[in-house]
Design a protein around this ligand. Structure first.
Ligand code: UD1
Ligand code: UDP
Length: 358
């Protein structure tokens, strides 16, 4: 069996890592195709180095661009590589433009597609990710759903049951595997004035939040208010999209500590020692839930409703007063919720299923 692992952005590298480790340890035939959607060192290379992942055999170096341009460039590049390599199956993970283009290129060449993290829906078609994940699911032969809820969504869309496998989410594997390594490495908070349990951690990068001046300003005002009212430092490792938009809009939050994006081991430690996390990231909502840290999601919807149901997460939207209220509420919450995303063996299960079925 020959597997093509297609990835292109920070979360895909992190969530594919457990699968890559699994195929490496079993010495399965595979190769990595990097689309080059993310290319800055701290969104890309750092994860390969730190997580000790093998180099991608191909890097399409598509870089940034409009949706049409970026997706089209990936489609053209992936098709060429797949024609040359002729793998038995292509694996994609998540909901980025790299995922949609990778899945589409493969299905048109009659190569089987496996979608890791299938069946997530926010039902918000303004989000590019919603379009990408829905179309990728409908191109796929193997739909690796993280939860029963995700499976039910896929069944509801008419996808045959025999294509759907509930495996858990590989983010649990990643957190379990990498938190152990992180504990042995230097804790980033030791080099700062931050104290364990004495700071809030924020990430905001979704276009619907940061590409709109009014909404971004409102969220930053909410975060400023939270930091000042609770008298707690707020650290924000800022995604380049958000940095670019903050500069463009001339926004200058007063009470936030902005830092460059950090590597995964540092970020895991920043998360697990935080008093509370505020985010619009998909992966960070999951990690907060797994690590037992309360989360306030700066969005009006989520494709991770399991986090809200178990009590680890709340949807705050973008209004400052509501953000403050949600923080208050979540600070009072017991952190004894159940992790709904699996047992940390999703990567192994996925490779096993492919071995059986191909
Ligand atoms: C992409 C995904 C999003 C995912 C996020 C993970 C899509 C549609 N969006 O969003 O789902 O949550 O990755 O972080 O696929 N930039 C850099 N360096 C880089 C990459 C980007 O500076 O390595 C800057 C560029 O100014 C670029 C902007 O960030 O224009 C946005 O990059 P892009 O890949 O279009 O989308 P993300 O916001 O990163
Ligand atoms: N992350 C990281 N460094 C940071 C911020 C986030 O390593 O400075 C990790 C985080 O642990 C999570 C992933 O990046 O696993 C989430 O990526 P992002 O928020 O960019 O994308 P999303 O999950 O929203 O698609």
């Amino acid at each position: 069996m020959k597997i093509a692992i297609i990835l292109g952005t920070r979360p895909e590298i992190i969530k594919m890592a457990p699968i890559i480790r699994e195929v490496e340890s079993q010495q399965r035939g595979y190769f990595i195709l990097h689309t080059g959607q993310h290319y800055s060192y701290n969104l890309d290379r750092v994860f390969f180095e730190q997580l000790r992942l093998p180099q991608a055999r191909y890097n399409l170096e598509v870089g940034s661009g409009s949706h049409g341009e970026q997706t089209a460039k990936i489609l053209i590049g992936v098709e060429k590589v797949l024609q040359q390599e002729n793998p038995d199956v292509v694996l994609v993970e998540g909901d980025t433009n790299s995922v949609l283009a990778g899945a589409l290129a493969a299905v048109k060449l009659h190569i089987k597609v496996g979608h890791v993290e299938a069946g997530l829906r926010s039902y918000d078609r303004n989000m590019p990710e919603e379009i990408n994940r829905t179309l990728a699911d409908h191109c796929s032969d193997f739909l690796f759903a993280p939860t029963e809820k995700a499976k039910a969504i896929l069944l509801g869309e008419g996808i045959p049951e025999e294509r759907i496998f509930v495996t858990g989410n590989t983010i649990v594997d990643a957190v379990y595997q990498d938190l152990e390594i992180a504990k042995e490495s230097a804790n980033p908070i030791n080099t700062t004035a931050l104290k364990p349990g004495g700071y809030f951690l924020a990430t905001i990068h979704r276009p619907e939040n940061v590409d709109n001046r009014t909404r971004f300003a409102s969220i930053l005002e909410g975060l400023d208010l939270v930091a000042s009212q609770f008298g707690v430092p707020m650290v924000y490792p800022i995604h380049p999209r958000s940095r670019k938009m903050m500069t463009k809009f001339g926004l200058q939050p007063k009470n936030l500590t902005l830092i460059e994006p950090v590597d995964f081991l540092d970020f895991l430690q920043l998360e697990s020692s935080a008093r509370l996390i505020l985010t619009d990231s998909g992966g960070v909502q999951e990690e907060a839930c797994i690590l037992g840290i309360p989360c306030v999601t700066l969005r009006d919807n989520t494709e991770r409703p399991e986090t809200v149901e178990v009590g680890s997460n709340i949807l705050a939207g973008a209004l400052p007063d509501r953000i403050v209220k949600c923080v208050k509420l979540m600070l009072g919450r017991q952190d004894n919720w159940r992790n709904p995303f699996g047992d940390g063996k999703a990567g192994r299960r996925i490779v096993h299923i492919l071995e059986e079925k191909i």
